[in-house]
Design a protein around this ligand. Structure first.
Ligand code: FE
Length: 285
């Protein structure tokens, strides 16, 4: 088997969403910029409250999962099920929209830094209409493993193996078998991990520049770019010119048709029209 190589780079673009939150979107900026089952990845990072204060007021979702991972700042999540959760630095929120959720995500600060990510993961057709499910993950529920050679990895979903020991994140048992890890490496540091053969995978560098791939066949990946990995059963990533931080995501591809209309992601045009009609008639959730 083989070490995965950097196959395609999706540079992030500046955009805004919600009521006017500035962010950088890599996956999801166009319909071709997806890595099945991953639909979208946004990074928000700003010290200027004008970039985030408007937040994400009440809005619907159907047919997929949203994962918010906070690095800095404080947001409050509320949904129609009565869930209310604080998003704090180092914590995450795993929200399975299923047939429908109506929620808001609003900043709880008027100054200081707000920084984090929102990832959208598709659901298989068989799970798109299941009841909505919400999970708040406190920072101390996310295991942090020291890496040989320096640095650390935080495991949000799925499992990795570090020096022969399995490190399992709090989110397990998804149909997509998603792996979501946040890796920090010192200058010159190196990260190697087995990845399930046949799973899609990408890396998002959010601080510093990476070299992705085996030492004799690596390619550079710059900060704020997503790098899609080729097939293979492992990945190697190095810090080239200073310390780096990156997300590594992998999952079983669904191989199903994707029809998206804003916050609704279904398998057919008819199902999207149904979602719009349900939302208009208060029958989404
Ligand atoms: Fe949302």
């Amino acid at each position: 088997m083989s070490s995965r190589r950097l196959q395609q780079i999706i540079p992030s673009v500046a955009t805004s969403d919600g009521a006017g939150v500035s962010l950088r979107r890599s996956l999801g900026q166009s319909q071709s910029a997806r890595v099945d089952p991953f639909l979208m990845l946004d990074e928000f990072s700003s010290d200027d409250p004008n970039d985030y204060i408007a937040g994400f007021p009440s809005h619907p979702h159907r047919g997929f999962e949203t994962v918010t991972y906070m690095l800095d700042g404080h947001m409050l999540h509320e949904d129609h099920l009565g869930n209310r959760g604080d998003l704090l630095p180092g914590g995450a929120q795993w929200m399975t929209a299923g047939r429908g959720i109506i929620h808001s995500e609003m900043p709880q600060q008027e100054s200081g830094r707000m920084r984090g990510f929102q990832l959208w993961i598709n659901l298989p057709a068989a799970e798109k209409m299941k009841p909505a499910h919400y999970r708040d993950i406190r920072p101390d529920e996310i295991p942090q493993a020291a890496l040989p050679g320096g640095g650390e990895a935080r495991v949000i979903a799925g499992s990795i193996v570090v020096e022969g020991r399995e490190v399992a994140g709090p989110v397990q048992g998804l149909a997509t078998e998603a792996l979501y890890i946040d890796v920090h490496l010192p200058a010159g540091g190196h990260f190697a991990q087995d990845l399930a053969t046949g799973h899609s995978a990408f890396v998002y560098a959010y601080e510093g520049n990476l070299a992705v791939g085996p030492a004799d066949n690596s390619r550079p990946l710059s900060a704020q770019d997503a790098g899609v990995l080729s097939a293979g059963n492992s990945v190697e990533i190095s810090a080239v010119d200073g310390p780096v931080r990156f997300l590594l995501l992998a999952a079983r591809p669904l191989g199903e048709p994707v029809v998206q209309y804003g916050p609704f992601v279904m398998n057919s045009r008819e199902e999207i029209e149904q979602a719009i009609a349900d939302y208009r008639n208060d029958r989404l959730v």
